[in-house]
Design a binder for this molecule. Structure first.
Ligand SMILES: Cc1cc2nc3c(=O)[nH]c(=O)nc-3n(C[C@H](O)[C@H](O)[C@H](O)COP(=O)(O)OP(=O)(O)OC[C@H]3O[C@@H](n4cnc5c(N)ncnc54)[C@H](O)[C@@H]3O)c2cc1C
Length: 369
C-alpha cells in the first residue's frame, strides 16, 4: 500500500472519529459546528488523496490499474466510486436530511471495501502494516463510537408546550434527576421526541439559562416531527443528548446576529443576564415577522440590563444597514451568527468584506449533522 493511499486511509478513519457525537469531543475541538467542519475537510482530503493514489497507479501501469478480473482491485475502485458519490450527494446540499443520513451509511461500506482492497495490496514492510491495521482499528472503533453515542440519551419530561406565535413553539422540559438544573445557554442538544414521533434525533439550541431549573427550546414547525408538537403533552418523555458546547457568553463585547429561529441560542444567553453580568452585547435579529412574546421579553431584558441592546429587521430580505452601524460602533467585538446556511454565508461574507478578522466570527449553522 503506497504512501498516498495510507494517508487517505488515515484521513478517512479520522473523518469517522470526528463524526462521533459526544460532548467531550465537541468541547475538545471548540464546538460541534467546528467538529462538523473538521469532519467535512477530513472526508474531502481522504477523497482527494484517493483520487491521486488512483491516478498514480494508472500512470505507473494502466493495464494493472484496470485489471478488473482481480476482485480486490475492483473493490478498491468500488470504494473510491462510492466515496465520491456519497460525498457529491452530501455536499450538493439538495438532499433531504433523511436521505442525507442514509447516504452516510455508504461511507461505512466504502471504508470496508477500502480495507479489503488495502489488505491485499499492502506494502510488505512491517511499519506499513502496523500503520494500516492501527488506522483500520481507529476507523472501526470510531464507527462503534458513532453507533454507541447515537443510541444513548437521557430522559427529560415535557412540562409544557406554548405557542409563541405563527409556527414557533416554546417547549419546556425538566429532568427526572433530583436537584439537577437546566443546561448551558448557547449550547446544543439533540432530542428524540418519543412516542408518536419518528426515531430521528433533532438538533435544537438551548434557549434558557443553566441556572433555570428547566430547559427551554424554541422550535419552529419545519417538517414531519415538528409539525405536531401539540402531541407533546405534559408528562410525555423525550430523550436528550448533550449539551454540546457552541456559543459562549464572555466579558468581551459581543454582537449576536440571528435569523428566524436562529434567535433560540441568543434568547437563552440573554435570559442569563438575569443571573450574571456579561460584556456589552448587541443583538441584531432578522425575521420575517417578529413574534410579540419574543419582542416583549427582549425589550424587558434591554430595559433591565443596560449592557444589552437589540435591533430587529422584519421582512424577507435582511437589511444589512443595521449590522453595518453595529460593526462601525464596535469593531473589536466578537460576532456570533446563527441561522440558515444561506444566511450564514451572506453575513460571514459581509462581515469579512467590512474588514473583520475571520477569527472574530463564530457561526452555528442549521445544516444537517
Ligand atoms: C445546529 C442546529 C441547531 C438547530 N437549532 C434549532 C432550534 O433551536 N430550533 C429549531 O426550531 N430548529 C433548529 N434546528 C433545525 C431543526 O433541527 C430541524 O428543523 C428539525 O430537526 C426538523 O425536524 P422535522 O422532523 O420536523 O423535519 P423533517 O421533516 O425531517 O425536515 C424538515 C426540514 O428540516 C431539515 N432537517 C431535518 N432534520 C434536521 C437536522 N437534524 N439538522 C438540520 N436540518 C434538519 C430537513 O432537511 C428539512 O429541510 C437546528 C438545526 C441544527 C443543525
Amino acid at each position: 500500500m503506497r504512501f498516498l493511499a495510507l494517508l487517505a486511509w488515515l484521513f478517512f478513519a479520522f473523518s469517522f472519529f470526528t463524526a462521533i457525537r459526544s460532548a467531550w469531543l465537541a468541547r475538545l475541538v471548540g464546538g460541534l459546528s467546528r467538529q462538523h467542519r473538521l469532519h467535512h475537510w477530513l472526508g474531502l482530503f481522504a477523497a482527494a488523496l484517493l483520487v491521486l493514489h488512483t491516478l498514480r497507479e494508472i500512470y505507473v501501469d494502466s493495464e494493472v490499474a484496470f485489471y478488473f478480473e482481480d476482485p480486490f482491485l475492483l473493490l478498491g475502485w468500488l470504494s473510491l466510486l462510492l466515496l465520491l458519490l456519497a460525498l457529491g450527494a452530501s455536499f450538493a446540499n439538495k438532499v433531504h436530511h433523511r436521505w442525507w443520513i442514509a447516504i452516510h451509511w455508504s461511507f461505512l461500506l466504502a471504508f470496508v471495501l477500502g480495507f479489503l482492497h488495502g489488505l491485499i495490496f499492502l506494502h510488505p514492510g512491517r511499519i506499513h502494516a502496523a500503520l494500516f491495521y492501527s488506522i483500520a482499528a481507529l476507523g472501526s472503533a470510531s464507527i462503534l463510537g458513532i453507533l454507541y453515542y447515537r443510541s444513548r440519551g437521557r430522559r427529560w419530561i415535557v412540562r409544557e408546550v406554548q405557542q409563541v406565535g405563527g409556527g414557533l413553539f416554546e417547549v419546556v422540559l425538566r429532568t427526572e434527576r433530583q436537584g439537577s438544573t437546566g443546561l448551558k445557554a448557547g449550547s446544543l442538544v439533540y432530542v428524540q421526541l418519543g412516542h408518536s414521533f419518528t426515531q430521528n434525533w433533532h438538533p435544537f439550541s438551548v434557549a434558557s439559562c443553566r441556572t433555570s431549573p428547566e430547559l427551554h427550546l424554541i422550535v419552529k414547525n419545519a417538517g414531519v416531527d415538528t409539525s405536531h408538537l401539540s402531541d407533546l403533552e405534559p408528562g410525555h418523555s423525550v430523550l436528550l443528548q448533550g449539551p454540546f458546547a457552541e456559543f459562549e457568553i464572555t466579558e468581551r463585547p459581543q454582537v449576536w446576529v440571528a435569523a428566524g429561529v436562529g434567535i433560540a441560542p441568543f434568547l437563552g444567553m440573554a435570559r442569563c443576564f438575569d443571573y450574571r453580568k456579561a460584556g456589552p452585547v448587541t443583538l441584531v435579529y432578522y425575521t420575517e415577522r417578529i413574534e410579540e412574546p419574543i419582542k416583549m421579553e427582549l425589550d424587558r431584558l434591554a430595559s433591565e440590563h443596560p449592557e444589552f441592546r437589540w435591533f430587529h429587521s422584519e421582512g424577507k430580505s435582511a437589511d444589512l444597514g443595521i449590522l453595518d452601524q453595529t460593526v462601525s460602533a464596535d469593531r473589536k467585538a466578537q460576532f456570533l451568527v446563527c441561522g440558515s446556511s444561506a444566511f450564514m454565508r451572506k453575513i460571514r461574507k459581509h462581515l469579512i468584506d467590512l474588514g473583520l478578522p475571520t477569527s472574530d466570527i463564530e457561526t452555528e449553522e442549521f445544516t444537517p449533522w
